[in-house]
Design a protein around this ligand. Structure first.
Ligand code: SF4
Length: 442
């Protein structure tokens, strides 16, 4: 045997987080996961209240959150390859009648069947390219399916394969609490619908895309607007051109990180805790405020720490640290860059030299990027494998089930937003689409 024939080729990277979790739980590899229950089929948790194992497992789920009924036994028992064959066959039968959307954070075993992969807003827009599709199967979480329903034609059915796939962050802004907050703010700031002498309203409500349709409808009714993690700055500029201050929900971190980068002082960004009178602030603090931050967060991005960044820099000299703006402020400040999932992907795509990237976002996306770009070393800042609990509730078994029901002529798990909410929510989304950078700084 010659020396040349001994040269090892780099092993392909497995993009499957599920494979890694199974290997950890069975003891084949030495890594760690936040819950060994992640190795089980999600149907084990469908009858159980809560978000299920993963990053949101410690969060309190609101009473009355949608639950998934029992997944038929044949889908629970089917081996993975059989499920993949059945999904492919159902898609082939349905042809143009169905479009399958897969979020960046979705497990690899589901994403491989998606016609489009992207962030929530990219996917809602992708659905628009298929006005003739009878069904849009959204492999993401509940608020994403709602947004697709808002933007699609009324006769198109938007399907969420597992109804238990909510979002703990979106659930942190409950419409009743938001209405109550609005009333309390009116007591302090005066009539919220009347502009002052300079034409500015006392407060403009801004909601992150990661919120329920009810919240999007609320901001639509109150001169407000929706933002994504890609356009949050443009949207805040839009809001500051129309109001004295902003009420931002549900994600305090995206709001704080964006406003801070625009020059808003931290002491003008009080937090609104809905369980406390005046959100835990006093009248003067609210009068002096520029951005009132709702007390919400993403349990996936809250796991990232400055210590993890320090460790990555110590162990990988020259590492490029990119994190999502849903991470806490100290983490964003310690990183080299912060940006949306689309930003992270494009940053890696644009790197022309082999580079080491430490990424602070959901593990399924990081692992897929590592497999897609083997010329770079790409790893997740958090060494513990802990996916988004609710994204992980969608398993190929549920996708096979909803597609085969469609073949049989039955729509299951349809997500429909009532017109009383949908109409103002669309207004808020349209304002976002029309918003242009103004250059206004806080
Ligand atoms: S990653 Fe965070 S914001 Fe996104 S769906 Fe999961 S819990 Fe919600």
């Amino acid at each position: 045997m010659t020396a040349t024939s001994l040269t090892l080729q780099p092993r392909p990277i497995d993009p499957s987080v599920d494979h890694e979790i199974q290997a950890i739980v069975s003891g084949v590899t030495a890594g760690s996961t936040c819950s060994t229950e992640l190795a089980a089929g999600p149907w084990q948790f469908d009858a159980r209240p809560g978000y299920g194992p993963g990053a949101s497992m410690g969060d309190i789920i609101p009473t009355g959150s949608p639950q998934q009924g029992s997944l038929p036994q044949e889908y629970r028992d089917a081996p993975d390859e059989e499920l993949h064959d059945r999904i492919r066959a159902a898609k082939a039968t349905l042809g143009e009648r169905v479009v399958v959307l897969g979020h960046f954070y979705q497990r690899e075993e589901v994403v491989r069947h998606a016609d489009y992969v992207g962030d929530s807003f990219q996917l809602a827009n992708a659905a628009l390219e298929h006005p003739d599709a009878e069904a849009i199967v959204f492999c993401g979480v509940h608020f994403m399916a709602e947004t697709a329903d808002l933007l699609s034609r009324p006769e198109q059915a938007v399907i969420l394969p597992n109804l238990a796939a909510g979002c703990s962050m979106a659930d942190m802004a409950d419409i009743d609490q938001v209405e109550e907050c609005w009333e309390q703010l009116a007591d302090v700031l005066g009539d919220l619908d009347t502009p002052d002498a300079e034409g500015l309203l006392p407060v403009i409500p801004v909601t992150y895309m990661n919120s329920s349709a009810a919240i999007k409808g609320f901001v639509g009714r109150h001169q407000g607007i929706v933002c994504t993690s890609s356009n949050a700055r443009t949207v805040l500029e839009w809001a500051f051109a129309r109001g004295r201050r902003v009420l931002f929900f549900p994600d305090q971190h995206l709001g704080r990180n964006t406003a801070k980068a625009m020059g808003v002082p931290l002491d003008q960004m009080p937090m609104w805790n809905p369980t406390k009178a005046l959100g835990g602030s006093d009248e003067q603090t609210l009068l002096d405020s520029r951005v009132i931050l709702w007390h919400g967060f993403c349990s996936v991005h809250r796991r990232f720490t400055v210590d993890q960044i320090d460790k990555a820099r110590a162990e990988h000299p020259g590492v490029r640290v990119i994190v999502h703006p849903e991470c806490p402020m100290a983490v964003v400040d310690a990183a080299d860059e912060a940006g949306s999932t689309d930003y992270i992907r494009k940053a890696i795509l644009a790197a022309t030299e082999p580079t080491t990237f430490a990424v602070g976002t959901e593990i399924n996306l990081v692992q897929r990027l590592a497999a897609e770009f083997p010329q770079h070393e790409i790893f997740c800042l958090d060494p513990v494998v802990c996916p988004c609990s609710t994204m992980y509730r969608i398993h190929p078994g549920y996708l096979a089930w909803v597609l085969e029901r469609l073949v049989a002529g039955e729509v299951v798990n349809r997500i429909q937003v009532h017109s009383s909410v949908a109409d103002p929510a669309r207004v808020a989304l349209e304002r976002m689409l029309a918003a242009k950078p103004t250059g206004i700084v806080a």
